[in-house]
Write a protein that binds this ligand. Structure first.
Ligand SMILES: Cc1cc2nc3c(=O)[nH]c(=O)nc-3n(C[C@H](O)[C@H](O)[C@H](O)COP(=O)(O)OP(=O)(O)OC[C@H]3O[C@@H](n4cnc5c(N)ncnc54)[C@H](O)[C@@H]3O)c2cc1C
Length: 570
């Protein structure tokens, strides 16, 4: 049994190790075009920052350790340059020349390659990507040679991590993205919290603009990045992280089927359109676990699991057993997390844009609970958004906070994977004592709010409806007079929630037949008010997540501040 694997990092090495555990007699060759295998690419930003000071810590395995532990034949500096599917051979190029390697099963795990926008100056020696150990070496070398200004192009996960790392090394850092906000997959009401955190930590953030050129006059050791709005950002180092494309050229040249995004098409067992070739990782097309959209989702967890799954299927196939594949590729939820200085942002499942693109009807709830019991010292606020279908099924969730975003999103990822509904999530029994959580965990809280929406007990309105709401409704701010005075929507009338019952007729008069749209700080007091107004027969809805969500979703909103709000003076 001869298994050849192209690509020796996440997906490829998982496939190799699993294949060995299942088939002691298999001959397993791993081809890696670079000098390192099984390295911790996810750790590269933390090596740049100095948090992982020792480069050797990134090199999780070596060809020698893999030979000793798993009897793998790992060939570095060996690039697979062609596949002859009829002969079942791979053409390999190394420093000595080229040779053909025969396979019974071939695994393609070539990962992704960085997108290089075709702008003038992009090939300047100051422009670097951060995908390999040598990339990290070059960036560190520039820092050690005195670089003091960095421009990071792309504010996705790696761009944001790189910006943080470069600030940690004391550089002036500008972060640029064409999207309207940092971390484009994040909902804007959460992304703005990260934007603030980046700025608070000295990163200059430029969103909604593209880099048009990198200008480095001859002989200069620094460059200027020219943005589409005319801004010129000085740079001693430019980090390029505007996204990746599946590395599928070898597969394409071999005539394997690719999807429209250029990713390699596979079935549920990671088999390509050739029954002797499997593919895994960033190079393959997966199915989104909520929207069913097809495309690559480049993350380490799926790559590792796909490598394992491919090895299972290969060994079963080569042992003459039915592989039990189905045509659909594996489902991936895109569960991810990133640290942004003092905050973490985590997400799973579909965001609003993906749900809308897929035409999936849904509701969204925003809650802002503490990460653990508020009375226990050190509690911090978590901002959690959960999307769910009209049938109650959880479709997506995102969280930002200092602490506890990871565990809530992991619970919700599990909930989505198992098809749980708002009712299920409300009933989840999660570990609790004051230093760790709350008797009603933030995940339960989101479930309760979702249940209320589905039961018709709670109608919500959202920051993106603000203009229509202000034009057509009575906006009722039910916070205390002091909170109202500290900043409120210009048209909002203040009646504290404790005084709604006694002032119902006044509210009805002010509404004059219009709907009443209620809000408070986080959505709870206004929920109480909403119930009173609904019981009184008024058309009421509550601002999801209250002013916390409003301020985050509409950071440019100009609030009014009064010393003595007239309408509360009774
Ligand atoms: C800086 C950075 C940080 C990241 N952080 C995270 C994170 O925190 N969480 C997360 O989930 N994901 C993270 N990722 C993404 C994650 O690393 C990838 O999704 C994962 O490594 C993909 O695995 P893969 O096996 O498909 O490709 P890779 O791990 O990239 O491996 C592909 C390998 O194939 C080799 N190769 C390509 N073509 C050939 C060829 N023709 N012949 C021989 N070898 C070839 C390449 O040299 C490469 O070493 C990060 C990625 C980077 C770059």
């Amino acid at each position: 049994m001869k298994i050849v694997i192209v690509g020796g990092v996440a997906g490829g090495m998982s496939a190799a190790a699993r294949a060995r555990r299942l088939a002691e007699d298999a001959e397993i060759v791993v081809l890696e075009k670079d000098d390192y295998v099984s390295f911790a690419n996810c750790g590269l930003p933390y090596h740049v920052s100095g948090e992982i000071p020792d480069r050797a810590d990134l090199l999780v395995q070596t060809p020698q350790s893999l030979r000793r532990a798993l009897a793998l034949d790992v060939r570095t500096a060996s690039e697979a340059i062609a596949v002859d599917r009829d002969a079942k051979t791979v053409r390999v190029r190394n420093s000595d020349g080229e040779y053909d390697l025969a396979y019974d099963a071939l695994v393609l795990a070539p990962g992704a390659r960085a997108i290089r926008p075709p702008i003038p100056g992009i090939d300047s020696p100051l422009v670097h990507t951060l995908r390999t150990v040598p990339d990290a070496d070059s960036v560190r070398a520039l820092l050690e040679s005195g670089a003091s200004r960095a421009v990071v192009l792309g504010a996705g996960f790696i761009g944001v991590e790189a910006a943080e790392a470069l600030r940690a090394r004391g550089l002036e850092v500008a972060l640029v993205d064409l999207a309207p906000h940092v971390l484009p997959p994040l909902e804007d009401e959460l992304a703005s919290l990260l934007h603030r955190e980046l700025v608070r930590n000295g990163v200059s953030v430029h969103t909604g603009v593209s880099a048009e050129a990198v200008e480095q006059p001859d002989g200069n050791r620094s460059a200027e990045v020219v943005l589409s709005d005319g801004t010129r950002l000085p740079a001693d180092v430019v980090l390029l992280s505007v996204g990746v494309r599946p590395n599928s050229s070898l597969a394409a040249a071999a005539g394997l089927t690719l999807g429209p995004t250029g990713a390699i098409r596979v079935d549920s067992e990671m088999r390509t359109s050739d029954p002797a070739i499997w593919a895994v990782g960033d190079a393959v097309e997966v199915q989104h676990g909520v929207t069913a959209a097809l495309g690559p989702i480049p993350l380490a967890g799926p790559a590792n699991r796909q490598g394992r799954r491919a090895a299972d299927a290969i060994v079963r196939t080569l042992q003459g057993q039915d592989d039990g594949a189905c045509a659909a590729p594996p489902a991936v939820l895109g569960t991810a997390i990133v640290r942004v200085f003092g905050l973490a942002a985590a997400m799973t499942g579909a965001n609003r844009a993906a749900l809308e693109a897929a035409g999936i009807e849904h509701h969204s709830v925003h809650v802002h609970p503490n990460n653990h019991a508020g009375y226990y010292p050190g509690a911090t606020q978590l901002h959690l958004v959960v999307h769910f279908g009209t049938d109650g099924r959880i479709l997506g969730a995102q969280a930002v906070g200092k602490d506890g975003a990871d565990k809530r999103i992991d619970v919700l990822a599990t909930a989505i994977r198992s098809g749980m509904t708002a009712d299920d999530v409300a009933e989840l029994e999660l570990s609790y004592s004051p230093p760790f959580g709350s008797a009603k965990d933030p995940v339960n809280m989101a479930g309760f709010v979702a249940q209320n929406v589905l039961a018709g007990v709670l109608d919500l309105w959202y920051p993106w409806q603000l203009e229509a709401v202000q034009a057509e409704s009575l906006v009722l701010d039910v916070r205390s007079p002091g909170e109202y005075a500290s900043g409120h929507l210009p048209v909002a009338v203040n009646v504290p929630h404790t005084r709604i019952r006694e002032r119902l007729s006044e509210i009805r008069e002010l509404a004059a037949g219009r709907p009443v749209r209620v809000l408070c700080a986080s959505g709870f007091r206004s929920y109480l008010a909403h119930r009173m107004l609904t019981a009184a027969g008024l058309d009421s809805a509550n601002l999801s997540g209250g002013m916390l969500t409003m301020r985050a979703a509409r950071p440019d909103l100009v609030l009014e501040a009064d010393r003595a709000p007239a309408l509360t003076a009774r």
